[in-house]
Design a protein around this ligand. Structure first.
Ligand SMILES: NC(=O)c1ccc[n+]([C@@H]2O[C@H](COP(=O)([O-])OP(=O)(O)OC[C@H]3O[C@@H](n4cnc5c(N)ncnc54)[C@H](OP(=O)(O)O)[C@@H]3O)[C@@H](O)[C@H]2O)c1
Length: 268
């Protein structure tokens, strides 16, 4: 396996695959980066003898030529330049998994016909991310199985049609930042009302973690669970009405809309 662009997401995917000990194991792993500052960090993080950190173009081309699976982890606007660097090493048509926001399967098909897009997020580095996966219509069944198995190491993988990938980019990829803003606001509110910082931080995080677990385990719509917490005349309904007055629901939903539109613009 070769990771072209072993930054935040490329490393997160590598760590998830290693942690899950997924089978078939990718064998030799090449982590390619153009960032000299990343080299010592990657070398100290991945000490296994089958993992190699690659920085020069010649070794990168070799790493591409010998890989069955290539993970594309560069920034979206770098993909064409990266293709130019490695195009002569792609004749064996490896399976290419793109983590890039916005860049379509059609655009990525310059690399190989065996292409899949995965949209994941930073919690994936702890194995609790979300991964949406889109395949080209020509994708073979065994390739799909391998990709979904690899994507599942990131947390939870679900196949979706490519036309929904920009929406998934917004919800899955940008979603952690939106949740962190909400978490920060809960933290601030707790501190404002006198909680110690460490208590407020842990409480805000555990409240979000526990609430997410409740939705996943019950399968109930969030509105149903929310309604159950609202005692008539109580504290929660009072707080919720303040949030509705401030337009919090619309603002968050519109944040997803905006992020999806920006993702769609990357392919233009
Ligand atoms: N971060 C997120 O939360 C998130 C969520 C979902 C999806 N994504 C997607 O994941 C992709 C990567 O994002 P990221 O946050 O992981 O970015 P990142 O940390 O900046 O990683 C990108 C890496 O690719 C390297 N690179 C650039 N050009 C290269 C080349 N020609 N050959 C080899 N390596 C090259 C970069 O090196 P330099 O620094 O030297 O350029 C960097 O190490 C993006 O396309 C983004 O859309 C990110």
């Amino acid at each position: 396996m070769t990771v072209l662009g072993a930054g935040v997401m490329g490393s997160a995917f590598t760590s998830a695959i290693l942690k899950a000990k997924v089978s078939p194991f990718p064998g030799k792993i090449n982590l390619c980066t153009t960032d000299p500052n990343a080299v010592p960090i990657l070398k100290s993080k991945y000490t296994e003898d089958y993992i190699h950190v690659v920085t020069d173009n010649e070794t990168k081309s070799k790493a591409v030529a010998e890989a069955d699976v290539i993970i594309l982890g560069c920034k979206p606007f770098h993909y064409k330049g990266l293709y130019e660097e490695v195009k002569d090493s792609l004749s064996h048509e490896p399976l290419v998994l793109s983590l890039l926001a916005g860049i379509t399967l059609k655009q990525l098909s310059i690399f190989t016909p065996n292409i899949a897009r995965i949209m994941t997020n930073t919690p994936a580095q702890f194995g609790c991310g979300m991964a949406t996966v889109a395949f080209s219509p020509e994708a073979e069944k065994n390739h799909k199985e391998i990709v979904l198995k690899l994507a599942d190491t990131l947390g939870t993988a679900m196949e979706i049609p490519e036309k929904n990938m920009d929406a998934a980019t917004a919800l899955v990829g940008s979603g952690p930042a939106f949740c962190l803003l909400m978490m920060e606001a809960l933290y601030d509110g707790g501190v404002r009302m006198g909680l110690q910082h460490d208590v407020a931080k842990t409480a805000a995080a555990k409240v979000m973690e526990g609430t997410a677990k409740m939705v996943l385990e019950t399968g109930d719509h969030p509105a149903v669970l929310k309604s159950k917490v609202c005692t008539p005349g109580g504290t929660t309904i009072g707080g919720l009405l303040k949030m509705e007055d401030a337009g919090v629901r619309g603002a968050i939903a519109r944040a997803v809309e905006e992020a999806a539109e920006i993702s769609a613009s990357f392919s233009k």
